[in-house]
Design a protein around this ligand. Structure first.
Ligand code: BDR
Ligand code: CA
Length: 313
């Protein structure tokens, strides 16, 4: 069983990542940590609690950094709405974040570990970067970093940059240069897992509480993806990270030298990936280049089925 901390900014696709992480026999979800990203920290921490409460999973939530390290804050309300998780109506809240800040929690947990914890990030990498700067010894305690972010092709917030990297490129740079094994699950593959209405119908037939949440989230998310990008199915970016831990054969990766662009104005936040190894520089990351799409949807379905059946009043 792989022990993980999921650092996220829910976010519709982050919420699905939480669903997979919180109920997969291959994974032990130690905590969900949240960061400002798709929405403000206040929204993302509440959203993480709402999702876990809906799922009936008693996983602690730690709220982390409320802004990027250097640049001005950037949110994605056009995709995720005013709350960051528009669509479902959540019941009155009974679950709240822990008092401890996510950064000391991450440091404390990694330092006490045997080096067996995987850090999964599906938002801006601010929390992990802060932790690495505050306590550099955690680097050797991280088993590996698996992130949703970046692209070796096009971006989605600028022609060059993907949202999670663009939102805090300095933080991403710190994480990419931490010297730990790192797998970049970028738009190159996440744009292949498109949540068409046939997928939403398939998950709706499952009839668990989790599948109900999935459907309500995806109806909103797919609509905004269509409005903003003209895409028929919403790309389900973040859960691919978790699914790739559940089934290590899911992604095809290629080792590359990856550098995060920090100085350019037009290309700030681009992940420059030396796909062909042309520069002859050391490999710094495994970059996902392909995904077994049917297998991904099977993993999502299997996970949603494991949740408790929906109780209709
Ligand atoms: C990433 O940005 C966010 O809007 C999503 O949650 C995902 O993590 C995709 O670029
Ligand atoms: Ca996210």
């Amino acid at each position: 069983m792989e022990r993980i901390i999921l650092d996220c900014d829910p976010g519709h696709d982050d919420a699905v990542a939480i669903m997979l992480a919180a109920n997969s026999p291959q994974l032990e979800l130690l905590a969900v940590t949240t960061v400002a990203g798709n929405q403000t920290l206040e929204n993302t921490r509440r959203n993480a609690c709402n999702v876990l409460q809906w799922l009936g999973r008693d996983v602690p939530v730690y709220a982390g950094c409320d802004r990027p390290l250097v640049r001005a804050q950037q949110i994605a309300a056009d995709i995720h709405g005013k709350t960051g998780l528009d669509g479902p109506v959540f019941p009155p809240r009974t679950k709240f974040p822990e008092a401890e800040h996510a950064v000391p929690f991450i440091i404390r947990t990694l330092m006490a570990s045997d080096g067996d914890i995987t850090m999964v990030t599906t938002g801006p990498m601010t929390n992990l970067a802060m932790a690495l700067r505050l306590e550099p010894r955690i680097a050797e305690k991280i088993r590996r970093i698996v992130l949703m972010g970046g692209s070796y092709q096009n971006g989605n917030v600028t022609p060059a940059a993907e949202f999670n990297i663009y939102a805090d490129a300095e933080a991403a740079h710190i994480c990419f240069t931490a010297g730990r094994p790192i797998t970049m699950v970028g738009l190159d593959v996440t744009r292949k897992v498109l949540c068409y209405s046939a997928v939403v119908d398939r998950m709706e037939r499952i009839g668990t509480r989790a599948s109900r949440l999935f459907v309500e989230l995806m109806r909103f998310f797919c609509q905004t993806q269509k409005e903003v990008y003209g895409m028929e199915g919403g790309p389900l970016h973040d859960p691919l990270t978790i699914a790739s831990l559940i089934d290590p054969t899911l992604l095809t990766t290629k080792p590359m030298n990856v550098r995060v662009e920090l100085r350019s104005s037009d290309s700030y936040g681009r992940t420059n990936c030396d796909y062909y190894g042309y520069l002859g520089l050391p490999v710094t990351a495994d970059v996902a280049v392909d995904v077994n799409v049917p297998r991904f949807w099977d993993i999502v379905e299997e996970c949603l089925r494991r949740y408790e059946p929906e109780v209709t009043p």
